[in-house]
Design a protein around this ligand. Structure first.
Ligand code: GSH
Length: 203
């Protein structure tokens, strides 16, 4: 049984829940109340020195970094449809996983953290920076989906779960893609039971 340190409004934690659900893996959630700053506690800092969610515990193995957790689960359970072994498809999955972390995530955090979670204490310059970057970032996804159903081709993969968790997160700040390719793709992801179950109840 996996133990996942989790918070429902964490896009990084939710992408892991999506895969655990989709793969039918047994897990228990240990909610760390981010709104009460529990992620800064000494107890959680000992589990994840980054003071971030998620962290996965698998017996003696402890992993942080959401995309690393996705890869770990795929390797361990041979989830080759979620993480294809074909070199070209694998390269595309890796590309989008890294792109999500390095390119899309900073803007999502700029906007959602400051606009939604920090509210009146938020950094308006960060919100503006994020909002300026988002159209260009979405156009990259739009172009990638022009001739295929999912980011790495015709098969849904962990890259889609990872990126879609950020697209949902943007919606919390009312930033919704207008591109029909992205909307169609998001609808396909949103039909997955595991993705739906990962979403916070209050939206
Ligand atoms: N690169 C990390 C990022 C994790 C992350 O930023 N988690 C957020 C919640 S969505 C968090 O814990 N933020 C608290 C902080 O960074 O202080 C991952 O992919 O797991």
């Amino acid at each position: 049984m996996y133990l996942l340190y989790h918070y429902p409004y964490s896009q990084h934690a939710r992408r892991v829940v999506s895969l655990l659900e989709e793969a039918g893996l047994e897990y228990q959630l240990n909610t760390i109340a981010m709104d009460k700053a529990e992620f800064l506690s000494a107890e959680y800092s000992a589990i994840n020195p980054n003071q971030q969610l998620p962290t996965l515990i698998d017996g003696d193995i402890k992993i942080h970094e959401s995309n690393a957790i996705l890869r770990y689960l795929c390797h361990k359970h041979k989830l080759t449809s979620w993480y294809p072994s074909d070199l070209q498809q694998r390269a595309a999955v890796e590309q989008w996983l890294d792109w999500n972390q390095c390119r899309l995530s900073p803007s999502v955090v700029d906007i959602v953290l400051n606009k939604v979670f920090m509210a009146e204490h938020g950094d308006s310059a960060a919100i503006a920076r994020g909002e300026q970057a988002i159209p260009g970032l979405l156009s990259i996804i739009d172009n990638a989906l022009a001739n295929q159903n999912f980011l790495a081709g015709e098969q849904v993969t962990i890259a889609d779960l990872s990126v879609a968790s950020n697209i949902f997160q943007l919606g919390l700040a009312d930033v919704v893609p207008i591109e029909s390719t992205i909307l169609g793709w998001y609808q396909r992801i949103n039909k997955l039971d595991g993705f739906k179950k990962s979403l916070p109840l209050k939206q």
